[in-house]
Design a protein around this ligand. Structure first.
Ligand SMILES: [Mg+2]
Length: 279
């Protein structure tokens, strides 16, 4: 299972490299693969799937699509690719926690609060609320400036939610991907994606897993507290590896290291692990 931005793509890039596509396609001939991303379905299709399908050889296409799963909106909505219909079909969706606050009402409040740093990415996401930085459409943007804005948005969003309810974290999680901030149901974070991945593989394809689903290897780059992979890489479920700065010395997420013991980050780390440990 893979986070997308910064894990499948290099830091600051929106599409995967040809080398990554090649690695993923070969991996998909051996086992199911799931992408668990803050993006919504259409953005994943445009910047991930289309890129892969353009490069894939005909003899590998069918298996790739059969083994493809998408956990979008940070784990709040899951899709199984339907080869005959040639499209993703939703198989679960976690509801918005209305008891805390109405989704549209929160959108308005957030938009106001973050106005200096960015705005809500409108009408694209089905469950979560995504706030992007004001540099999102600037061509030659400095990625570190984007990170700074994203951090500001993260802080402002948390402060706003704490004012709405001091217990907001029981209902909503706030995650910072570095490129923007995601607010979504606490029970529909990326760890829920791991659970749903195991469930669909058990039900539809007769896979078996141990209690903690350690057979599922998980890759992400924002595992620190507040990062949008925090719950993905925490280690409650799956076997998580970090290709971002954060990792754990004696627990999860584990670092990806080369033969000299040096850490390898982002897409290069993901490719290294897949090529050396799995394929
Ligand atoms: Mg990421």
């Amino acid at each position: 299972m893979f986070d997308f931005d910064g894990t499948i793509t290099e830091k600051g890039q929106s599409c995967p490299s040809a080398e990554m596509v090649d690695t993923l396609v070969r991996l998909s001939q051996k086992m199911p693969i799931g992408f668990c991303t803050g993006r919504q379905l259409e953005s994943f299709e445009r910047h991930g799937l289309d890129e892969i399908l353009e490069q894939i050889n005909d003899d590998k296409r069918e298996k790739f699509l059969e083994n493809l799963y998408l956990f979008a909106e940070n784990g709040a909505v899951g899709y199984d690719f339907h080869p005959e219909k040639h499209k993703f079909e939703e198989f679960y969706r976690v509801p918005w926690p209305k008891d805390l606050i109405d989704r549209d009402e929160l959108k308005k409040m957030v938009n106001k609060a973050v106005v200096e740093y960015g705005d809500i990415y409108e009408n694209a996401h089905r469950v979560v609320i995504v706030i992007r930085t004001k540099l999102h459409d600037v061509d030659k943007r400095d990625i570190n400036e984007v990170y700074k804005l994203s951090e500001k948005i993260y802080e402002v969003s948390k402060t706003l939610l704490a004012k709405i309810s001091p217990n907001y974290e029981e209902y909503l999680h706030v995650g910072n991907s570095g490129l923007g901030v995601i607010i979504g149901p606490a029970n529909g974070d990326k760890d829920h994606g791991i659970l749903e991945f195991a469930k669909i593989l058990k039900e539809r394809r007769n896979f078996e897993f141990n209690e903690k689903l350690r057979e599922i290897i998980v890759f992400g780059d924002s595992g620190h507290v507040g990062g949008n992979d925090h719950f993905f890489l925490k280690g409650d479920l799956g076997s998580p590896y970090s290709v971002g700065e954060f990792y754990s010395k004696n627990s999860y997420p584990k670092p990806v290291i080369d033969s000299n013991g040096k850490r390898i980050l982002h897409a290069k780390g993901t490719i290294h692990f897949l090529e050396n440990e799995i394929i």
